[in-house]
Design a binder for this molecule. Structure first.
Ligand SMILES: NC(=O)c1ccc[n+]([C@@H]2O[C@H](COP(=O)([O-])OP(=O)(O)OC[C@H]3O[C@@H](n4cnc5c(N)ncnc54)[C@H](O)[C@@H]3O)[C@@H](O)[C@H]2O)c1
Length: 375
């Protein structure tokens, strides 16, 4: 503890670790998450939890001297090694923000040294490594907290609300997608040995969110990986899932798409919803009546169709997407409350393990070209 607050030390002070460092050290608890440095636009969501009252930054360690300097220039304490973090009795939480292949050893060492762990996603490249971590978490009684922060993305919270409140009737298909056009970033993410690839990078977010939204078993998985810009690891994937009720989901990550398809498409027996982008442009089309007696054939390409003729206002209504109210700092805050034993852990290791196993089923499907049974 430092000044009565839980003290965080960060290992890996690159893009993400640097963001965490500013967020915690700034005393506002959230400065870097508050404003997008590039566009200057604010992130969505309120900051209901004032984490500056709960957390403080003890310091950072990065093997790259340039990143150590970056932190020192901002008044942050530089640890000289990871071992020095582990030896510092004031440190309560180790925040792991190194490349993915390092997470297991760092997490296990931290818990064995008496620290709780907040670990960036994917918490490990394989489920086997996470099983080892969770075993040590149980043995030591230390909290292991996967940082699945995209559960607090506004687009996800909107689509989840539409799903939870049955706004579309019985939902039978969901599509979750992210498209970019720049390939894999030119760092460790392009290399297998570091736990690279887009399944591990973005798939882990999209699948985590689907699994917490749909409270069902996943029965079947079929996946193809793309290698448009990188042979070594996937630069995207297309994944079909069938849930126990028959509901289907399609998840896609693409890094060579110069026009982006919508982030979300969800359809049920009484309506459909679309969310186009992170600014959450979109709409709901909801059925007023199945009857549409005036439907007349339309000219569609070289032929006529009645089946695909759009509905009129008499049978369909267009609604705006619902508003959502959420606390952007809830993950940090819940970490502290979990450690203090005053709240249930929102993102659990078991949930992260299920997602890793689902990704492994997807890799198996892609390697063999078959549908894989899952749960
Ligand atoms: N939750 C999210 O939205 C999100 C977004 C981006 C990245 N991440 C995750 O954060 C982690 C880091 O990603 P990043 O984008 O910040 O990468 P990065 O390359 O920008 O930063 C990684 C840092 O770790 C340092 N490092 C490497 N080996 C080290 C070691 N042995 N000891 C100490 N430092 C070491 C590197 O020098 C670098 O500064 C990854 O697990 C990534 O998946 C999460």
């Amino acid at each position: 503890m430092i000044d009565g607050k839980l003290a965080v030390a960060i290992v890996g002070c690159g893009g993400m670790g640097g963001g965490h460092a500013i967020a915690i050290a700034s005393g506002t608890g959230n400065a870097v998450w508050n404003t997008n440095a590039v566009t200057g636009t604010a992130f969505e969501g309120k900051m209901n939890s004032d984490i500056s009252k709960k957390l403080t930054l003890a310091g950072v360690y990065d093997i790259d001297p340039a990143r150590q300097k970056w932190a020192a220039d901002r008044g942050m304490y530089n640890y000289e090694s990871y071992e020095a973090i582990l030896a510092d009795d004031r440190v309560d939480i180790v925040l792991i923000a190194t490349p993915n292949h390092l997470h297991r050893d760092e997490a296990i060492a931290a818990m064995r040294a008496g620290k709780h762990v907040l670990c960036e996603k994917p918490v490990t490249p394989t489920s086997r490594e996470l099983v080892e971590i969770l075993q040590v978490s149980r043995e030591t009684g230390k909290v292991f907290y996967p940082r699945q922060n995209r559960r607090w993305d506004k687009d996800f919270l909107i689509i989840k609300k539409i799903y939870d409140e049955n706004m579309l009737g019985k939902v039978f298909h969901i599509e979750s997608r992210v498209h970019g056009s720049r390939g894999i970033p030119g760092d460790w993410r392009g290399k297998k040995e570091y736990g690279g690839g887009m399944m591990l990078d973005w798939g882990v977010h999209l699948l985590d969110r689907l699994l917490i939204m749909i409270p069902e078993k996943v029965k079947k998985v079929f996946c193809t990986l793309t290698h448009v810009t990188n042979d070594e690891v996937d630069d995207g994937f297309k994944m079909h899932m069938t849930f126990e009720s028959g509901l289907t989901a399609y998840v896609e990550v693409g890094t060579c798409h110069f026009i982006s398809l919508p982030l979300w498409y969800m359809t049920g027996d009484h309506g459909s919803a679309v969310i186009h982008d992170w600014s959450c442009r979109g709409e709901i089309a909801r059925l007023k009546s199945w009857e549409d007696k005036d439907a007349t054939p339309i000219l569609a390409g070289a032929g006529l169709t009645k089946t695909m003729a759009p509905r009129g206002e008499n049978s369909i209504e267009t609604l705006p997407l619902p508003d959502v109210d959420f606390d952007r700092n809830e993950l940090y805050s819940n970490l502290v409350d979990t450690i203090n034993g005053t709240a249930k852990q929102i993102v659990t290791g078991e949930e992260a393990l299920r997602v890793l196993k689902l990704m492994e089923a997807a890799f198996e499907s892609a390697a063999k070209g078959v549908v894989v049974d899952f749960e």
